[in-house]
Design a protein around this ligand. Structure first.
Ligand code: HEM
Length: 406
């Protein structure tokens, strides 16, 4: 029988208000926390989380069949293994790295400038809703070759898809709404896929459609699932990371001043933001065999949630883990965006994020444009900072004031 920690729940309002306040207690007293309402285990120690994410025999991604496949309209990368996973992952990686990445950075520059322009003379902008969300979605639509004018519609469908994947206790009505969103997104994508099959370009959809030349013929269902997979995976964490980066720098003025003086420090600031407040807080897995963690057995078949936020603040992995410090020697900026990362914000092992290099380039580029423009940047007077989310987490809004740009 699992041990239930009476009085504590990751589903409580108290936990939702500020998860990081509970991380130390969890790691120390309930490192294998069982949540009866959703029959799932929550692991919070760094070593245990790393073990789950790298022991692919003992922990599979089978949970995604229920958690993601219905809204992705087919199998997603994280569900795949072996040759199929390697081959399909390679196509996606190619679209987000190397020469493709160089081209995308030019477009990212232009997109950032265009979206920011109306707010500069005002000296005020909500970095999440005015800029970050539309920016991250525009960028993803561009990489896919989808029409950026459709961004608001795609954003609405996407939020239904994301709610399904990240929701812990969805009502039947919300479930239906999420599936409706996914069906409409699929109906929007299918004619595009058909056109790209006939007349391919350089975009990601075309590359998936023509993957037959790489020896992997993909059906419309496969392409749709991968597109929705990348759309969901690429957009939300990027806009959350950008907002969190600015929040932490504004809250640590000395470090903000250092980054302003030396923009080469931006990569370290992004890596530390990811460690300190990972936008993807939970990664689910399914136990394939009985496994013992800290004296507690997680039974075969159980759903396990890796608590990335808690693991990244484990003192066994990082010195003074609750301090935001862009100079911390135990992070290693260069490796923070590779498979050798010490933080776990991109996951680790076979299913580590394929967008690490892209995410770094995207956020670094846009932050390097924003920082010199937003002179005297500060929280807007009277604004109350609020974060939300258990699975993915970030600011609901980030109203900022700065010196208006004439
Ligand atoms: C700061 C930004 C980002 C963060 C924090 C992040 C985080 C993550 C995490 C934690 C995983 C692992 C999931 C697991 O193990 O089950 C993952 C996987 C993935 N990410 Fe990202 N991601 C980011 C940006 C991106 C971008 C820009 C893309 C665009 C290509 C992307 C595409 C993917 C894909 C396709 C997977 C699945 C990989 C596989 O299963 O082989 N991500 N991401």
């Amino acid at each position: 029988m699992p041990v239930v920690d009476t009085g504590f729940s990751v589903l409580s309002e108290d936990f939702a208000a500020a998860p990081s306040r509970h991380f130390a207690w969890l790691r120390e007293h309930a490192p294998v926390h069982y949540e009866p309402a959703i029959d799932s285990y929550f692991l919070s120690r760094y070593e245990d989380v790393r073990r789950v994410l790298t022991d692919h025999e003992a922990f599979s991604t089978a949970t995604l069949q229920v958690r993601a496949e219905p809204v992705m309209r087919g199998p997603v990368l994280a569900q795949m293994t072996g040759a199929e996973h390697t081959a399909k992952r390679r196509i996606v990686v190619r679209a987000f790295t190397g020469p493709a990445l160089q081209d995308q950075m030019r477009v990212i520059h232009a997109t950032a400038a265009e979206l920011m322009a109306p707010f500069l003379p005002l000296g005020r902008m909500d970095l999440v809703n005015d800029f970050g969300k539309p920016f991250a979605l525009h960028v993803t639509l561009d990489v896919m070759g989808l029409d950026r004018r459709d961004w608001q519609q795609v954003a609405a469908w996407h939020s239904g898809v994301a709610e399904f994947i990240t929701g812990m206790t969805l009502t039947p009505e919300r479930r239906r709404h999420c599936i409706d969103c996914a069906e409409q997104l699929e109906a929007y994508l299918l004619p595009v896929i058909e056109r790209r099959r006939r007349d391919p370009g350089e975009d990601l959809i075309s590359k998936l459609c023509t993957a037959g030349s790489d020896g992997i013929a993909m059906s419309d269902r496969d392409v749709t699932a991968l597109i929705i997979n990348v759309l969901a995976a690429a957009t939300e964490p990027a806009d959350k990371t950008l907002a969190l980066l600015f929040k932490h720098l504004i809250d640590h003025p000395e470090q903000l001043a250092q980054v302003r003086r030396d923009p080469d420090l931006l990569a370290a600031a992004i890596a530390e933001t990811l460690r300190y407040t990972p936008p993807v807080q939970l990664i689910p897995r399914q136990a394939e065999e009985d496994t013992v963690f800290a004296g507690t057995t997680v039974p075969a078949g159980a759903t396990v949630f890796c608590m990335i936020g808690a693991a990244n603040r484990d003192p066994d992995a990082f010195t003074a883990p609750d301090t935001f410090d862009i100079h911390r020697p135990d992070l290693g900026t260069a490796r923070s965006f590779t498979a050798a990362a010490q933080h776990l914000s991109f996951g680790t092992g076979l299913h580590q994020c394929v967008g690490t290099a892209f995410a770094r380039a995207e956020i670094e580029t846009v932050a390097a444009i924003l920082l010199p423009l937003l002179d005297q940047v500060r929280h807007s007077p009277g604004s109350r900072y609020e974060e939300a989310g258990l699975y993915t987490r970030g600011p609901l809004a980030l109203p900022l004031d700065f010196t208006p740009v004439r």
